[in-house]
Design a protein around this ligand. Structure first.
Ligand SMILES: *[C@@H]1O[C@H](CO)[C@@H](O)[C@H](O)[C@H]1NC(C)=O
Ligand SMILES: *[C@@H]1O[C@H](CO)[C@@H](O)[C@H](O)[C@H]1NC(C)=O
Length: 463
């Protein structure tokens, strides 16, 4: 709709671990046949608030505005095995062998050819790719592996380094909860820590029914698996709040810390932090359609093993598979810096790979090492890839945040969370975010200029 025929550039929005919504852009479903969050294994509750918001990002984000400015042909390509790009029996474990980032990149190459044919494109059309989170990594890797197909790439909050035990995630969550620039405080972090210690203590004392009643659980957390499921659910509220701070999630870090450090209520000194966590979980539960908090481990496993295609939004099974085979990314809490419960172990997370897919836990380190050697980890030696990260975002730990070469290839936004730059400008945006978008625009404009010059020079040589 913005495209200047026949020579205008092509802006490719790379799909990630979720469906692409196909309104405003020319969406191409991956062959055979916005993004969700990479939060844990795609938890249900905090996510509901995200899906719509993130979908908006696909449709009218910063890249759409840039496409308008540069009169670009705008494309969005859904990742195979997500959204509508799944074969009818595609989620069966034996079929998941075709689900990988490498296959997704190969799909992009085929889409490049297909689009080039259908729109009569030539080497005069300069391709630029965009993506955020996992799809940001794909955007960077597409440029790295197929440099002749895409001239430049923007990779927002892209965890390009695979890591089995991603304990840094929760360490950054802790630091962000202390960060006064975004409404955190030392006290807030201390209260959260204390609250989790108290919940653990209550479980150790065997006060199962009280804990179940306090947090509105559907089941009584008697067995250790359900107990860690409860802890995961509680931690997810806080992890999600930090990762998507001020990006359309239910509450911000500032508001969360307001609840956790509230002194207005009657002081029941001992259990104060516990009660504040109860309050926080109530705020979340009141917005969910479910009557109670599901903490059944058995049900989690059953859902992950379910191969039916009930809804195109399904992503947990597929994304969990990719964590087992390629990335790890397990947000554990065994490190003392983690503010939540030590019940969130690497062992529990990797056990799911074996239970759900029959993938041996011992095979994981080698798989992750392969991913890093194949793509280059956080030292990818890519040229004309711009890595954008936010200081509050835990995923920055696995991205590229320092320029290794003379050519600037990173943008760091101090006070923003995950993929903030991808949204269209809002009145409430921090100055640093506006400045970052401007920098991205400058890079893209420069790439298009140099591409045009190179083409002129080549033509000159031919004449
Ligand atoms: C591509 O070129 C062919 C032949 O010149 C023409 O018939 C067709 O309409 C063109 N397609 C587009 C999308 O411009
Ligand atoms: C468990 O319940 C008992 C009885 O209500 C109470 O005295 C005790 O403090 C509780 N333990 C914890 C750790 O909350």
């Amino acid at each position: 709709m913005y495209w200047q025929r026949p020579d205008g550039p092509v802006f490719l929005f790379v799909g990630g671990e979720g469906p692409i919504y196909d309104f405003d852009v020319l969406a191409v479903a991956a062959f055979f046949a916005l993004q969700y969050s990479m939060l844990h294994r795609g938890r249900k509750k905090p996510l509901q608030h995200l899906v719509r918001h993130l979908a908006e990002r696909t449709l009218n984000g910063h890249h759409v505005d840039m496409a308008k400015d540069h009169r670009a042909l705008l494309l969005a390509v859904e990742h195979r095995f997500y959204g509508d790009s799944i074969n009818p029996d595609g989620l069966k474990t034996e079929n998941l062998a075709d689900l990988s980032s490498q296959q997704a990149l190969a799909d992009l190459a085929v889409v490049h050819q297909y689009i080039s044919q259908s729109f009569n494109l030539s080497c005069r059309n300069t391709w630029i790719s965009f993506g955020g989170s996992y799809s940001g990594s794909l955007s960077a890797w597409f440029r790295g592996k197929f440099p002749s197909l895409v001239y430049g790439a923007v990779a927002s909050s892209a965890p390009v380094k695979a890591k089995l035990d991603f304990s840094e995630y929760n360490n950054v969550v802790g630091l962000s909860l202390m960060n006064e620039a975004v409404g955190g405080s030392e006290k807030c972090l201390a209260k959260i820590r204390e609250a989790f210690v108290l919940v653990e203590a209550a479980l150790i004392d065997g006060n199962f029914t009280k804990v179940a009643a306090d947090f509105g659980c559907c089941q009584t957390p008697r067995n250790p698996d359900d107990q860690s499921e409860l802890m995961q659910n509680l931690a997810d509220i806080i992890m999600g709040t930090v990762q998507y701070n001020e990006e359309g999630v239910l509450i911000s870090i500032k508001e969360l810390c307001g609840v956790m450090t509230d002194e207005s209520e009657e002081k029941e000194a001992e259990m104060e932090a516990y009660n504040h966590l109860v309050k926080l979980s109530q705020i979340y539960r009141s917005t969910s359609q479910e009557q109670c908090l599901d903490i059944s481990y058995e049900k989690t496993v059953k859902d992950l093993m379910d191969t039916s295609l009930k809804t195109r939004k399904r992503a947990e099974r597929q994304w969990t598979y990719q964590t087992c085979t390629e990335f790890g990314f397990y947000q554990t809490c065994e490190d003392t810096a983690c503010p939540f419960s030590g019940m969130l172990t690497l062992q529990a997370q990797t056990k799911l790979c074996a239970t759900v897919f029959g993938i041996s836990q011992h095979s994981l380190p080698a798989r992750i090492a392969f991913t890093n050697s194949y793509y280059g980890g956080d030292n990818p030696h890519t040229h004309r890839v711009l890595y954008v990260n936010g200081g509050v975002d835990p995923w920055k730990e696995l991205s590229v945040v320092q320029d290794s070469s003379e050519e600037a290839q990173t943008v760091f936004i101090k006070d923003t969370a995950h993929c903030a730059d991808m949204s269209r400008e809002r009145l409430t945006d921090h100055h640093s975010l506006r400045k970052a978008r401007q920098e991205i625009e400058n890079h893209v404009a420069r790439w298009l200029r140099t591409a045009a010059q190179e083409k002129m020079n080549n033509r000159g040589e031919l004449l």
